[in-house]
Write a protein that binds this ligand. Structure first.
Ligand SMILES: [Zn+2]
Length: 436
């Protein structure tokens, strides 16, 4: 019965955190009070050998995952590598780098848990009949950046050899995981971190000057977001500036339109875990490697606006999200270059971008649109600011981010708060003549 209790415990998807490390394997076999309730085992039958071996495997892998998290917490590389296949030199080398990176991140919480087993005949053929391919949830919290613990996915392959389980591959499930899985900042080569009071910048190891420069620019960017967007946001930003085109869900290699940076969401609950959309916790900024030399406060103030608004819910229309981010960064340009610069840009959007569209740009295909949808979105937000004031636009943003889950909800919120629909807002842009 002890093993079955352990199965009930771990199949509840319990995430073992560093704080829970005291709960050693022996305790976990008997302790059921922290378990999510699961169906009781059949009382009349004895557990089969297969069920018992699956249960034993589950406990063994959980113990390994606990040990890896504990190793990061205590900075013990030998402990981290203890369960990595000694025969796989390449994996061991990669895991050394991963370990160093994880330590450098300085997580205030880190835990790994087993999600479901994934069957893959090729993995069985490669590693033998004991091969166990399992989706892993990594739950962590970066101090000041993540307001709550967030979750990312991995896929680990374990094999039983010489009476114990060993991690023998960490990439065999990657293609089947969600976007950006196993492409986190710490997964891609040796990194270093430069820190400011509200900024963490991840660069390649040794790219120190760049890291420090981005800390300074991001600090300016935060000041601009604070000055030009009324939301009271006290968070910190994580900026990833690596020599990689695919980081998290950012894809800079195969994008038609060059984008200098992108802000991708973090999830406290992944899509499909508890709800289809997941629960957005915040966002991390990823810089296009080809644009790393041109990172400035203007670019970052746009992205930081996304970060500051990320955890509101994420249901706002893209024209509002991008328009608000552009609004903030253009206020910064205005402060530096003067209002003539803004007036020139506004005239260009009115003359060239608006005539290319027939409506406010929709979410579908927004980033693929060849028209200047950013300029038009910026113009729409400026129009709203003129009509109802910046504070009211910010409240509109929050309402839409939280509640704009479908078009009818969005229409209702926009109409109630501004007296406009997306159609009449669009009409006001097509007839708008800048006052000079
Ligand atoms: Zn943007």
């Amino acid at each position: 019965m002890g093993l079955l209790a352990a199965v009930a415990l771990v199949s509840g998807g319990v995430v073992y955190t560093v704080e829970q490390r005291e709960q050693d394997a022996r305790e976990r076999v008997t302790a059921t009070r922290t378990a999510t309730p699961s169906p009781p085992p059949p009382k009349s039958t004895k557990p089969s050998k297969v069920a018992a071996s699956i249960a034993a495997r589950r406990v063994a892998i959980d113990t390994i995952l606990l040990r890896r998290a504990e190793a990061v917490r205590t900075g013990n590389e030998a402990m981290f590598l203890a369960d990595v296949d000694p025969a796989n030199a390449k994996l061991r080398a990669e895991q050394k780098i991963l370990f160093a990176n994880l330590v450098e991140m300085g997580f205030q919480e880190l835990g790994y848990s087993q999600a479901e087993e994934r069957f893959n005949p090729a993995v069985r053929r490669a590693h033998g009949s004991t091969a166990y391919l399992v989706r892993i949830l990594m739950r962590y919290q970066i101090p000041t950046v993540d307001f709550t613990p967030v979750t990312t996915e991995l896929g680990y392959t374990f094999v039983a050899r010489g009476g114990r389980w060993l991690l023998t591959a960490d990439n065999e499930l990657d293609a089947d995981l969600g976007p950006g899985a196993h492409r986190e900042a710490w997964d891609l080569g040796r990194i270093e971190i430069q820190r400011g009071p509200r900024v963490l910048v991840v660069v390649e190891k040794g790219d120190t000057a760049r890291g420090r420069s981005i800390v300074a620019e991001a600090t300016e960017g935060i000041a601009q977001v604070t000055a030009y967007w009324p939301l009271k946001w006290t968070g910190s930003v994580l900026v990833i500036a690596l020599d990689e085109t695919d980081v998290r869900d950012a894809r800079f290699a195969d994008e038609d339109i060059e984008s200098a940076a992108s802000t991708g969401t973090t999830f406290s609950s992944l899509p499909g875990e508890e709800s289809a959309d997941g629960t957005v916790a915040g966002g991390y900024i990823v810089i296009n490697p080809n644009e790393r030399d041109r990172v400035d406060e203007i670019l970052l103030s746009h992205e930081i606006t996304h970060v500051a608004t990320a955890d509101l819910g994420g249901y706002e229309p893209l024209w509002l999200a991008e328009g608000a981010a552009e609004y903030v960064s253009w206020r910064g340009i205005e402060a530096i270059s003067g209002s003539a610069e803004v007036a020139k840009w506004e005239q260009e959007v009115v003359d060239e971008a608006v005539p290319q569209l027939a409506a406010l740009p929709g979410d579908a295909g927004f980033y693929q649109n060849s028209a200047d949808v950013y300029g038009v979105s910026w113009l729409a937000v400026r129009q709203l600011v003129r009509k109802i004031g910046l504070d009211q636009v910010e409240e509109l943003y929050e309402d839409l981010a939280r509640n704009g889950t479908d078009q009818s909800a969005r229409d209702r919120i926009l109409q109630t708060r501004t007296g406009l629909t997306e159609a009449t807002l669009w009409t006001s842009l097509t007839t708008y003549e800048p006052q000079r």
